[in-house]
Design a protein around this ligand. Structure first.
Ligand code: PMP
Length: 295
């Protein structure tokens, strides 16, 4: 089956302050963002027409750009208003929002300071990442040979397009080996995260999650930590070694697109979908549908 190209749709995209026809939202081939990875982005979810934690995402977009040494020329408030208007105009009810900011085409040089900064926001209906079947049975992860880099090697606190090379390599490798997603270790060999989501493991009812010192501490991760607090579930944030993976009972991923996604196995280690992952998944679903959404 051919997937319809994302550039060939009706509707509008917000582009540098204007709503432009979807097919006209283009950029020049000599853009710094394309050649040198001068770009940052966000991924947001729309539930019943409301954007979950919008302002947190927009603030992260600004912070990511600063990590890469550029300023986004629209305030958080302006981008929030543009996003809400776009979701209304596109009539998206259960979908995804993709804001992106990149360095433009004034200078074809590693140096980035002369390049202008551009911003676009697109939204479309996109209810789930995994099929309902895979989601409910739990997904299978394979440990990747690719690793999350050290904080003095890459801008690890930014949601930077350039960092996703590693995720794409790991994800394509996982697909080739028949897994649903990859688990990446970090530069020290500790368990880090999946290609677009954070990782949680459960042992005797206690949550264990890697310390996010060289990868994103996702907005969903932080939401789930709050929900765990509300539900009286104990949480331990620590460095986790891959040799420990066989000692846990349950495992799940968290991310804006993944939501709370049970994991059935990592390599040969199997996990059950037990009460901890079920109760957090239900609590998350209740929250995002309860107008906890507006941000
Ligand atoms: N790690 C990576 C590499 C991601 O791409 C994402 C998705 N943004 C996450 C973690 C989870 O972040 P969030 O919960 O903010 O979506």
């Amino acid at each position: 089956m051919n997937t319809p190209a994302l550039d060939d749709r009706d509707g509008v995209i917000w582009y540098d302050g204007r709503f432009v026809p979807w097919r006209d939202a283009r950029l020049h081939v000599l853009s710094h963002g394309l050649h040198y990875g001068g770009g940052v982005f966000e991924g947001e979810r729309v539930y019943e027409g409301q954007i979950f934690k919008l302002t947190e995402h927009t603030e992260r977009l600004h912070a990511s750009a600063r990590e890469l040494g550029f300023e986004i020329p629209y305030s958080v408030d302006e981008l929030d208003r543009a996003t809400r208007e776009l979701v209304d105009r596109q009539k998206v009810r259960d979908g995804y929002v993709r804001p992106v900011a990149w360095r433009g085409s004034e200078q074809i040089s590693v140096a980035g300071t002369l390049a202008s900064v551009h911003v676009a926001i697109a939204t479309w209906e996109w209810p789930h990442v995994f099929s309902a079947d895979a989601a409910s049975r739990g997904i299978r992860l394979g440990t990747s040979r690719w690793r999350r880099p050290a904080p003095d090697t890459a801008p690890v606190r930014a949601k930077a397009a350039s960092l996703y090379n590693i995720c794409t390599l790991a994800r394509d490798e996982a697909d080739r080996h028949g897994y649903d997603d990859a688990l990446l270790l970090d530069y020290r060999g500790y368990v880090a995260e999946a290609t677009g989501a954070n990782l949680f493991l459960v042992s005797e009812g206690t949550l264990h999650t890697p310390t996010p010192d060289c990868f994103l501490s996702g907005i969903t991760r932080r939401t789930v930590l709050d929900l765990a607090g509300d539900l009286g579930i104990k949480v331990v944030e620590r460095h986790i070694r891959p040799e420990e993976l066989g000692t846990f009972d349950e495992c799940f991923l968290t991310g804006t697109a993944y939501e709370v996604q049970p994991v059935r196995s990592i390599d040969a280690h199997e996990y059950r979908i037990g009460t901890t992952v079920r109760s957090l998944s239900e609590a998350y679903t209740r929250l995002v549908h309860a107008g906890g959404a507006s941000g």
